[in-house]
Design a protein around this ligand. Structure first.
Ligand code: NAD
Length: 481
């Protein structure tokens, strides 16, 4: 069986407690690799290495452009190894190889974009109102950053954090999800190959309540950047607040995808399908609430079911497969339990509704693409994040009601609007409380465009120029002339 060790101070290391745990392939249900079970002593070593790299040695001495070049080199290496990394993620996460390959071909752009930004970070001169003084600002790196990532898109979500953190001059300790740690360790090897000095990037694999919470509590960690469940985000936020640590949180969603009667219905139905079933619904931006205007409701449901019924499930490596397995057994159980909850709440099941019993699904953790109609927005199925291939269809009569339903949820991550009336598109984009609004499209993300949550979907922004500020602190310098 393959083994993935810790990566500390530029070296692969055995866990100090000598313990390993297995990671399973969601398609076969079988273990395929052993992962080092890090503990508090490993966190201590990794944080100390990151602190040394931040304060001594070559990293703080490097010019910003030299730092940028290292990021470019890392991006190039990821591009060279995209296929290999994609295969690891498919085995660990169950995502379709075709999708993973496309994603990993795009991930290098984060390193190139922030690599290019590194030497453009500059302070400013303040035209100060006190005679005899000169005042200017410097943007300085925060220090050691803890990066804590979830299982649903391990390398892409890591890139969103790692690239701007390094561009800012920080050093990092990464704690990947215990369900999908392998690709992060594989990436760490490329970090060394790129010439990034030892200690700048460290990886401690293991469990959230062992490695994750130790990292958040470590006094030398100055910033925690986290993507994951809102309940975990709340715990991290409370723990980090005790030491006044900086925190960025990318949490869950219950995103509305809204189809008006004047939309191009073919596009809208395709957008609704990919919005919920891509990555088997295991994306924070899943369009899990489909809001459909009354007059087209029945037609949309009919078209959507016709298309969803043709979805091919099976081996994620097979290019013909369209829906893969659920990544983890607990998530599999959670999705099934929400299907039961929706039935009990009185929603009408019109497609799927259980574990897939198809021969092509083998022993994998598959759930049928599932659709409920007659969903009321106050039902749990419409308010809570399922994180699976379960779509709730909700009717609305007019624009005002669509906005009210869209916003009547504690999350605010993404929203889709399908209409050919551009006035309405602008109005909706203003009135919807979400960090991203897509008009006549869904799921588009880029390293260039800010991403983050309103309300309970998080704090801070990733991607785009401003994301680097999440890793900087501003100093004001006064000179008595
Ligand atoms: P999770 O919160 O269970 O785990 C995320 C990470 O936190 C893992 O590495 C885990 O080990 C670690 N962790 C757990 N407990 C911890 C603790 N007490 N202290 C520190 N670290 C701890 O989330 P998950 O199940 O891996 O991921 C799914 C969730 O992620 C969904 O809710 C989804 O919406 C969210 N998500 C959000 C975004 C976004 O950008 N907003 C993107 C992807 C996923």
């Amino acid at each position: 069986m393959e083994r993935y060790a810790l990566f500390i101070d530029g070296d692969l290391r055995e866990p100090s407690g000598g313990e390993w745990f297995t990671t399973e392939n969601p398609y076969t249900g079988e273990p395929w690799a052993e992962i080092a079970r890090g503990n508090a002593a490993d966190v201590e070593q990794a944080v100390q290495a990151a602190q040394r790299a931040f304060t001594q040695g070559p990293w703080p001495e490097l010019s910003a452009s030299a730092r940028g070049l290292l990021l470019h080199r890392l991006g190039d290496l990821i591009a060279e190894h995209a296929e290999e990394l994609a295969r690891i993620e498919v085995r660990d996460n169950g995502k379709l190889f075709s999708e993973m390959r496309a994603q990993l071909n795009y991930v290098p752009q984060w390193f190139r974009y922030y690599g290019g930004l590194a030497d453009k970070l500059q302070g400013s001169v303040i035209p100060i109102d006190k005679k005899g003084y000169f005042n200017f600002t410097r943007d300085e790196p925060l220090g050691v950053v803890a990066i804590i990532t979830p299982w649903n898109s391990p390398l892409m979500l890591l890139a969103w954090k790692l690239a701007p953190a390094l561009a800012a001059g920080c050093t990092v300790v990464i704690k990947p999800s215990e369900f999908t740690s392998a690709s992060t360790v594989a990436l760490a090897k490329l970090v060394s190959e790129a010439g990034i000095p030892p200690g700048v990037v460290n990886v401690v694999t293991g469990f959230g309540n062992e490695v994750g919470s130790e990292l958040v509590a470590h006094p030398l960690v100055r910033k925690v950047t986290f993507t994951g469940a809102d309940s975990t985000g709340r715990r991290i936020s409370e723990q980090a607040a005790r030491d006044f640590k900086h925190v960025s949180l990318e949490l869950g969603g219950k995103s509305p995808n809204i189809i008006f009667a004047d939309a191009n219905l073919d596009d809208a139905v395709n957008g609704a399908i990919s919005g919920i079933f891509a990555a088997t619904g295991q994306t924070c931006i899943a369009g899990s609430r489909l809001l459909v205007q009354d007059s087209i409701h029945d037609e949309i449901v009919e078209r959507l079911l016709a298309l969803a019924k043709t979805a091919r499930m099976g081996d994620p490596m097979d290019p013909a497969t369209q829906v893969g397995p659920i990544t983890t057994p607990p998530q599999f159980e959670k999705v099934l339990s929400y299907i039961d909850i929706a039935k009990q709440e009185g929603a009408t099941l019109v497609l799927g509704g259980g574990a897939a019993q198809r021969p092509e699904c083998g022993k994998g953790w598959f759930v049928e693409p599932t659709v409920f109609t007659n969903v009321q927005n106050d039902m749990r199925i419409a308010q809570e994040e399922v994180f699976g291939p379960v779509l709730s269809i909700i009717r609305f009569k007019d624009e005002q009601e669509a906005v009210a339903i869209a916003n009547d949820v504690r999350f605010g991550l993404g929203a889709g609007v399908w209409t050919q009336d551009m006035g309405r598109a602008f109005r909706m984009s203003e009135r919807i409380q979400a960090g991203t609004v897509w008009i006549n499209t869904y799921r588009a993300v880029s390293y260039m465009s800010p991403f983050g949550g309103y309300k309970d979907s998080g704090i801070g922004r990733e991607n785009g120029i401003d994301a680097v500020n999440e890793y900087l602190q501003r100093k004001s310098v006064w000179i008595n002339t």
